[in-house]
Design a protein. Structure first.
Length: 314
């Protein structure tokens, strides 16, 4: 997509909707397009030790890499099993959600693949979508049916399980279902103290739910609506050190202004800021040396913006 950078500072695409958001805006930073030419970009993950960003181009069945120092975009991995969400574990290994194989995998240091989860109670997972690693090293992932509903992002298959959120034990790899009251769980993230789990519901009703997390980080309870997205669509998101949710967003046009981009909610669920993009934003991640550069995978392009906030390291 042809992108025209803002000709002036501050970038009018970065909008303060509540005075509390002003502190997170860098006045002389603007939205940049760092990659384009994709079909459906998703699953960004930051590699600080390489100063590089990886992300999925799901329909093209590949993972791409952006090198910060050179600005080069290269193909990191082809035949990626239509992978979607990614993260890193506590030792830096890549964790991936694969649609085609219906599993969650870990890439070892030598490049070999370890399967972390593929079944629950003897039945195949649907199409693992997004993934995070908690401070105790456990892996939490969502499992909607998007990757097996068409051949575009995987392959048409019959679901064997309802849409759920799962936890993989860091040592035994035992898989347990932790959220079972959603139809299409999507993006997920934890609050700074890991006491709250936020999960996007991409089924009905659209929005974000919040769950209390047990002290031992193994279970959740008291799920409640945190954000009602209405007719819009929340997707992947990340949380900063102040507990704000930076959410990939898809919205309709209002008076000719697109609702696509990023919406920022404070810990009370109040919409405080927006980053308008010309495309629907599927997911995002904080990167850079200080985790203050927001990378946004938005349909066919990847955009970035420096902000005065720091993303959580998980």
């Amino acid at each position: 997509m042809v992108f025209t950078p803002s000709p002036r500072y501050p970038d009018p695409r970065v909008r303060t909707l509540d005075p509390s958001f002003a502190r997170y805006v860098v006045g002389n930073a603007a939205v940049e397009q760092i990659a384009d030419g994709g079909r459906w970009f998703e699953g960004p993950v930051w590699f600080g030790d390489q100063a590089a960003l990886l992300w999925s181009d799901i329909p093209n069945n590949r993972v791409l890499r952006f090198d910060v120092e050179s600005g080069a975009v290269t193909e990191f991995h082809q035949d990626a099993n239509f992978s979607n969400g990614h993260t890193r574990d506590k030792t830096g290994r890549l964790i991936s959600c694969e649609h085609q194989t219906r599993r969650v995998t870990r890439t070892e240091y030598d490049g070999t693949i370890t399967v972390l989860a593929s079944h629950f109670n003897g039945k195949r997972l649907n199409s693992p979508n997004d993934v995070v690693v908690t401070p105790d090293g456990a892996i939490w992932f969502t499992d909607p049916t998007f990757g097996i509903s068409t051949h575009y992002e995987g392959g048409v298959e019959t679901p064997e399980l309802p849409g759920q959120v799962y936890r993989v034990h860091p040592d035994t790899l035992e898989v347990t279902a932790v959220v079972t009251d959603m139809s299409q769980p999507n993006g997920l993230a934890f609050s700074p103290d890991a006491s709250t789990l936020y999960v996007v519901e991409s089924g009905s009703p659209h929005g974000i739910r919040a769950y209390s997390v047990s002290d031992d980080l193994t279970a959740v309870s008291d799920g409640a609506v945190f954000v009602d997205a209405g007719e819009d669509g929340a997707d992947g998101f990340r949380i900063d050190t102040d507990g704000n949710l930076w959410c990939g967003w898809a919205g309709g046009d209002t008076n000719g202004v697109s609702g696509d981009g990023v919406r920022v909610f404070n810990p009370a669920g109040l919409l405080i800021g927006a980053i308008d993009l010309p495309e629907r934003c599927a997911n995002l991640v904080f990167g850079g040396r200080a985790r203050n550069r927001l990378f946004m995978t938005a349909s066919t392009s990847v955009y970035s913006l420096y902000v005065n906030a720091q993303g959580l390291p998980y």
